[in-house]
Design a protein around this ligand. Structure first.
Ligand code: PEP
Ligand code: MN
Length: 355
């Protein structure tokens, strides 16, 4: 951090400000020029609030030289983080396909979709039990019953479960029923929820807020990591722009940016990014080519009657075809998307047996 002081400041004032900053645990190196005096702050500045320094009338401005996120920063952790989910690795060169319906609707629905995506080669099953809907009159999810239905689908297919949490009060239940706890885009800056998720070790998938900058998103990851949970996965799901043909605008460049700034794995969700099922395949291919660690795809057996997000959900047959194309693109860029599997080759549940 660099603090630029106002013109004409006295040596005594420089010493006073430096002392106050050093009291906060950093080393201050003043550079006194003919016109300007600057103070270079060295050390851990993460707990120093630049706004408070700038509130001093003797300070011209404060500039960051390093990003405010530390634990999520590649600078301090050059190796890619690999998050283990029931024996499956997310990140570190593995390409992860998360697939399933927007909402869990019935046992028959989730079982059928889980079997279809498991056969097509997906590694994790998604499905919302708690749904953050824009309208209070829209389907809100099957809640705790939905979590139970997901457990049965996991038992049937061996696919670990990714599902969204909305309240810190449910963490205890999610510890038991989820393998990856999803923080939805709307809750990306629910700092109370993030702090609570920092107290556990279960993997947390943080979706990017619709109007969050990349730095704000990484600061949300920092909240979880600062609490002591290093198992964070990011997910780009489109941001709000002036364009309204698509539901959101997929910020594919966020993949490259996050890869440079952070060591955390990043997935792309082309379903929520586009809002249209027929755009999902091409955007998923773009995600593989851009270097994402995986994709999250909404799949529904009967999109017309889906209780949420039918318009952006692909049918299982379309998902199968998409997986073929993802394999071809992955091969072209030196990555691997896992092959189709028979039910006899469904993964073994290796985290916690469900009864
Ligand atoms: C979802 O994954 O179903 C969802 C609600 O996504 P988002 O939080 O990205 O809108
Ligand atoms: Mn959805």
């Amino acid at each position: 951090m660099i603090v630029v002081l106002k013109k004409g400041i006295s040596q005594q004032q420089i010493d006073q400000i430096s002392q106050r900053l050093e009291n906060q645990g950093v080393t201050v190196s003043p550079v006194v020029g003919a016109d300007l005096t600057i103070l270079g702050l060295v050390g851990d500045t993460s707990h120093i609030d630049p706004a408070r320094i700038e509130a001093n009338p003797l300070v011209e401005r404060v500039m960051h030289v390093a990003e405010p996120f530390k634990k999520a920063n590649r600078m301090f952790h050059p190796d890619n983080t690999v998050v283990e989910v029931c024996g499956h690795k997310v990140g570190g060169g593995t390409f992860t396909v998360v697939a399933g319906p927007c909402s869990v609707e019935s046992q028959e629905q989730i079982n059928g979709i889980a079997q279809a995506v498991a056969q097509a080669g997906a590694q994790l099953l998604r499905g919302g039990a708690f749904k953050p809907r824009t309208s209070p009159y829209a389907f809100q999810g099957l809640r705790y019953q939905g979590l139970e239905l997901l457990q049965q689908a996991k038992k049937l297919t061996g696919l670990p479960i990714v599902t969204e949490i909305m309240s810190p009060d449910d963490i205890e239940v999610f510890m038991d029923k989820a393998d990856v706890i999803q923080v939805g885009a709307r809750n990306m800056q629910n700092f109370d929820l993030l702090q609570h998720l920092g107290q556990i070790k279960k993997p947390v998938l943080i979706k990017r807020g619709p109007s969050a900058t990349i730095e704000e998103w990484l600061m949300s990851a920092e909240y979880v990591m600062a609490g002591g949970n290093p198992n964070v996965i990011l997910c780009e799901r489109g941001i709000r722009t002036f364009e309204n043909y698509t539901r959101n605008t997929l910020d594919i460049s966020a993949v490259a940016a996050v890869k440079k700034l952070s060591h955390l794995p990043i997935l792309v969700d082309p379903s929520h990014a586009t809002g249209r099922w027929w755009m999902v395949e091409s955007m998923a291919m773009a995600a593989v080519a851009a270097g994402a660690d995986g994709v999250m795809i909404e799949v529904h057996n009967d999109p017309v009657h889906a209780l949420s997000d039918g318009k952006q959900s692909v049918m299982p047959e379309v998902f199968e075809e998409m997986m073929k194309k993802l394999r071809a693109v992955a091969a072209a860029v030196g990555r691997t998307v896992l092959p189709r599997r028979r039910p006899s080759a469904f993964p073994k549940v290796s985290c916690r047996e469900v009864s």
